[in-house]
Ligand binder design. Structure first.
Ligand code: BT5
Length: 320
């Protein structure tokens, strides 16, 4: 409902309460209430006795109607759950993903202005203050569970592309789930799923992008290795625009993955890779392996050449 009133307020400089009431088929009191609601959300609306209402400015918030306006996707982001603050968009998305029978559709988005308990991999914390982009996408892919690493890599390519299109900033992918700008982390991806032997029940892809965050606001222990888009470009970026472009890129690559397979996406991944060709140390949980990152194979695993020449494939790990 509020979406419609915003649409009409945008169309003209001024629109009378009466015209709005007519267009929306509601009373003038109901129009007034909706206007108050928008003001509470941060919309600046002035009322002129003779001319009516005028939308002066929009809040810098990730309000679904703002994201969906001019969003050219078929299904990603068609349904959005928006929260000023929740613990974690991934936790919320996982709860919702269980309810496919109750109408939760593929591409449903959970988005929050802040997360009070944002999650990284392996129980790590993800710092998520206001100004960032914290969102999760629910997917129901008809793919085998072994495709999960490919979904993470594909998401990374979509993020790099979106950042480039929206801000002209070049970023790189650090295997498996980090996006870096000048060696510093600007984005992390957390892919979670529920699967049976050979079918995926649901996938939740969580994306955290440090958009308009001041570097001095990050916790001291991560400040050195962290950056934000605002920090890099020297100005605030439009989070709504970046999300829109990202969702479009995400859908494009996800469709490609399902219909054409992984090789073409992998080629792009390699182009943006920060990892390949480097001597690295990878923590795989039970031990740390050292070697040269020589390739990513067709299933998304990192191929490491150890000092003794042995090649090993690593599905999941953290480069340290
Ligand atoms: C990740 O984990 O990089 C995945 C992060 C995914 C976050 C998104 S936000 C939306 C969705 N909802 C969630 O709850 N999560 C997802 P990992 O590779 O484990 O990296 C975590 C490490 O990155 C931490 O241990 C810190 O060292 C560092 N870190 C924490 N917050 C950061 C931030 N905002 N920017 C850069 N680095 C950060």
């Amino acid at each position: 409902m509020t979406g419609n009133i915003i649409k009409f307020l945008r169309e003209k400089e001024y629109i009378s309460g009466e015209a709005l009431a007519q267009k929306l088929s509601i009373s003038r009191v109901a129009v007034w209430k909706q206007i108050q609601g928008l003001k509470d959300m941060g919309y600046e609306i002035i009322a002129n006795q003779n001319l009516g209402y005028c939308l002066v400015s929009r809040p810098d918030l990730l309000i679904p109607q703002e994201i969906q306006r001019r969003l050219f996707t078929k299904y990603i982001g068609k349904e959005i759950y928006y929260y000023p603050e929740i613990k974690s968009t991934n936790i919320m998305a996982k709860e919702k993903a269980l309810h496919r029978e109750d109408g939760i559709i593929e591409g449903t988005l959970i988005i929050a202005e802040r997360q009070s308990a944002g999650k990284g991999r392996l129980g790590r914390e993800w710092f998520s203050p206001a100004g960032g982009i914290w969102l999760s996408i629910i997917l129901y892919p008809q793919l085998p569970p072994s495709y999960i690493p490919r979904i993470t890599l594909m998401t990374a390519v979509a993020v790099v592309k979106a950042i480039k299109i929206c801000t002209q900033i070049e970023s790189q992918i650090k295997w498996p789930n980090d996006i870096l700008i000048n060696e510093k982390k600007v984005c992390g991806i957390l892919t979670e799923m529920s699967a049976e032997l050979d079918i995926i029940n649901w996938v939740v892809v969580g994306i955290g992008i440090n958009a308009n965050i001041d570097i001095r606001d990050f916790p001291k222990d991560i400040q050195k290795n962290t950056t934000s888009l605002k920090e890099t470009s020297g100005k605030e970026i439009s989070r709504v625009k970046l999300i829109r472009i990202f969702l479009q890129e995400f859908e494009k690559y996800y469709e490609k993955l399902k219909k054409k397979g992984f090789p073409s996406i992998l080629r792009e991944w390699k182009f943006y890779s920060h990892t390949l060709g480097k001597k690295i140390r990878v923590d795989i949980g039970e031990k740390i392996i050292t070697g040269e990152a020589i390739d990513i194979n067709e299933s998304g695993a990192l191929v490491l050449k150890k000092e003794d020449g042995e090649l090993i494939e690593i599905i999941s790990g953290t480069i340290i």
